[in-house]
Design a binder for this molecule. Structure first.
Ligand SMILES: [Fe+2]
Length: 253
């Protein structure tokens, strides 16, 4: 694993070096995110007592899951897939192009490439092998927990007109988009495309409670205080309060 971490660091370093002062923090954020997602995947594998080979496969996939972010940002100057390209499939192609994982057995490498390509899908296809499914699910949970960590500071203490734009969304203190609220009420993941303001983003992150695959991730969402933090930033209304218990119940399941 140490060697594969070195290969990853060597791959990302020119992106960091060639970035402008304005771009560098964005690239650094994705590097840090990759290592933090790797750490989360270690915890999930440990909690599942997975066999050594599956553990290794999932951890490599976690570290490399956002490989596509670097060429994406270089080519388009954005991390928004809707305005550039699908960074999951670009990531798989990039790993192949630069032969980053060529030292691995072909079967293991293919599983990792599959997980990278699938990590950002709204939902997973139903026909995956056991091996690929579990690997992808570990990456997706690890990613979600870290994305919430990265986003919470940007969602905290935001004044209207003064927001660091998050996917171009603004702070509209009392607003909620009914479609997003409805998805949380129905216990399913909200759709990115339906979001119209930052409260929708908070609800979307809460809705991930219903899309986490492993107990470790569900517990972690409570333990890190993400539910309470996000709830406290939403409008103080009965319909928002009514979401809390079902979410907590889901996370304790
Ligand atoms: Fe990603």
């Amino acid at each position: 694993m140490t060697h594969l971490k070195e290969i990853f660091s060597r791959f990302v370093s020119p992106y960091l070096q060639n970035a402008t002062d304005r771009e560098r923090p964005d690239i650094q954020l994705k590097i840090d995110h990759s290592f933090d997602v790797f750490e989360n995947s270690r915890n999930i594998c440990e909690s599942l007592s997975l066999p050594a080979e599956r553990t290794e496969t999932a951890q490599i996939a976690a570290l490399y899951h956002d490989t596509g972010r670097f060429p994406q940002y270089k080519a388009y100057g954005t991390f928004k897939d809707s305005e550039s390209c699908n960074h999951g499939t670009l990531g798989a192609r990039t790993v192949l192009k630069y032969a980053l994982l060529n030292e691995l057995p072909r079967k293991q490498r293919n599983t990792i490439l599959g997980a990278i390509a699938l990590h950002n899908r709204n939902a997973l296809p139903s026909f995956l092998s056991d091996e690929l499914r579990i690997c992808t699910e570990i990456v997706r949970d690890s990613d979600k927990i870290d994305i919430i960590k990265v986003l919470i500071p940007h969602l905290t203490g935001v004044l209207p007109g003064n927001e660091v734009p998050l996917m171009g969304l603004k702070e509209k203190p009392e607003e909620i988009t009914p479609a997003i609220l409805q998805s949380v009420k129905e216990g399913r993941q909200g759709a990115y495309q339906a979001m119209k303001c930052l409260n929708d983003f908070r609800l979307l992150l809460l809705s991930w409670a219903y899309d986490l695959n492993f107990e470790w991730s569900r517990k972690e969402m409570i333990k890190r205080g993400y539910v309470e933090t996000l709830m406290s930033q939403l409008p103080d209304t009965d319909q928002i309060h009514a979401l809390r218990n079902p979410i907590i119940e889901q996370l304790n399941s």
